[in-house]
Write a protein that binds this ligand. Structure first.
Ligand code: AMO
Length: 437
């Protein structure tokens, strides 16, 4: 790999990569060669005859014809030279093989629109910034998994084809399923709760979730990776929030340690490991706070709107110096039937949304585990208990108190790297008008 060249002594090396630029000068040719780890300058002095005229020989002729993006393998003499701006090394070429030539016309350029870049995603992903995003995602997920394994969680792979909705019916993808209909899972919600009834105790899943959401916002996709956890033996949603904090601290610590410097260099962003506990503010109080800052909350009886989320995040950053905030005690009227309500106040739920840098990244809650209360709450929300069939059975045969959360992986990355859209940090984005590549 190119990044390993810096550690080698002067001598013969063989290296492969994509042609980035070619400067074909009269007496010398320069090629910048890239791979996912970095770039190096190749130099090829032209051969001249006795009269000083340039001779058309190899590899000069091949270099002159190289199109950007061609994949080549070269052998040459590596030389450390402080005067070389690109990493202080260069390779004087001896031979060059074109592994695959690229078409000369590149379909995207640095100033191409995001949509055009997504059309040509494999070319777009060659940029070091894009490459870093997915290495960060790998590190982040690995840190979460390490935490889960160390804490004796069981990994689930729940089905993505379902017989009924698990969240709202409004955002459901329906598919033909032999002589009946199936629905794409919006969340592993029901099955991670089922695991509590099965005595699994602590479970997690990192998997796809589907939402037929026709919106074109910068934070919605029709298919996204959901990071889910569910735990038994809890006293309230406070236990879930503590788990959530510990996971994020583990994830951010790993990302900062492994990629902190690269993130600063390529994105100009400092990765901050959050301190525990994260601030917690009941939703009603958060609305009063943003109102006192001069922001008119559109509706008092609704979720916090995106601008409200930004306002409360700004307040939390100013007041507590924290990038995260748990908004708690959401009104029962705007939460799903399966959220538990505290005994002393049936108008709210034991639930939270987690806001990071001004945008929701997660929803969590203690679940209602008492079958009579759960059934009554489902009916109150206009659901037919018959349709919930198998789900309600989980609560008929003894189940511990439990709770959990679902978190959008791409949202975490987007906000960590201060990116404007979820499309930038999703390997292959799916939206209402995008099914390819
Ligand atoms: P919720 O519907 O709030 O909760 O989803 C949880 C988190 O998933 C992410 N998310 C999305 N990301 C991208 N595009 C979308 N269309 C999209 N929809 C949701 C968000 C969101 O915070 N079952 C509950 C979780 C639970 O209580 O365990 C649920 O799915 O980051």
């Amino acid at each position: 790999m190119i990044k390993n060249l810096a550690a080698l002594s002067n001598g013969t090396v063989t290296v492969s990569g994509w042609v980035d630029t070619v400067r074909d000068q009269k007496k010398v040719q320069f090629v910048v060669l890239r791979d996912e780890s970095g770039a190096v300058q190749l130099v090829n002095p032209r051969t001249t005859d006795a009269d000083g005229a340039v001779v058309a020989d190899e590899p000069a002729t091949t270099i002159s014809a190289l199109a950007q993006g061609s994949f080549i393998t070269v052998t040459g003499e590596l030389k450390h030279d402080e005067r070389v701006k690109l990493g202080g090394i260069e390779i004087k070429l001896a031979s060059l093989t074109v592994v695959t030539a690229a078409i000369p016309e590149t379909p995207i350029a640095a100033d191409s629109s995001l949509d055009k870049r997504l059309d040509w995603r494999f070319l777009d992903l060659r940029q070091p910034k894009q490459n870093l995003i997915f290495r960060i995602q790998t590190t982040f997920e690995h840190a979460l998994r390490t935490y889960w394994i160390e804490h004796d969680f069981i990994e689930l792979h729940t089905p993505k084809l379902m017989a009924s909705a698990s969240e709202s019916r409004a955002e459901l993808f329906e598919v033909d399923y032999f002589d009946t209909k199936a629905y794409l899972a919006q969340s592993p919600q029901f099955f991670k709760q089922m695991a509590q009834s099965a005595g699994f105790g602590k479970v997690f899943e990192v998997g796809p979730a589907f939402r037929a959401d026709p919106s074109f916002t910068s934070r919605h996709a029709t298919e996204f990776t959901s990071v889910d956890a569910e735990i038994s033996w809890i006293d309230s949603h406070e236990d879930v929030m503590q788990l959530h904090e510990e996971l994020l601290v583990a994830g951010f610590t790993a990302v900062k340690a492994k990629h902190g410097e690269e993130v600063l260099a390529l994105f100009g962003v400092e990765v901050t490991v959050p301190t525990q506990p994260f601030p917690r503010i009941p939703l009603a109080e958060a609305k009063e706070i943003v109102k006192s800052r001069g922001y008119e909350v559109p509706r008092d009886d609704d979720d916090m709107d995106p601008e409200g989320e930004r306002q409360i995040a700004a307040y939390v950053l100013e007041t507590y110096g924290h990038e995260f905030v748990f908004l708690t005690d959401y009104a029962a009227s705007i939460r799903p039937f399966y959220h538990m309500r505290p005994e002393n106040d049936q108008t709210i739920t034991n639930s939270y949304d987690l806001i990071f840098n001004g945008t929701e990244i997660s929803t969590g809650a203690q679940r209602e585990h008492r079958i009579d209360v759960l059934t009554a709450q489902a009916i109150e929300k206009g659901l037919d208990p018959e349709e919930l069939g198998g789900y309600l059975d989980f609560f008929r045969y003894g189940v511990p108190a439990h709770g959990g959360f679902g978190m959008g992986l791409a949202r975490v990355l987007m906000l960590m790297l201060h990116q404007a859209s979820i499309r930038e940090v999703t390997y292959l984005f799916r939206g209402p008008t995008r099914l390819e590549p």
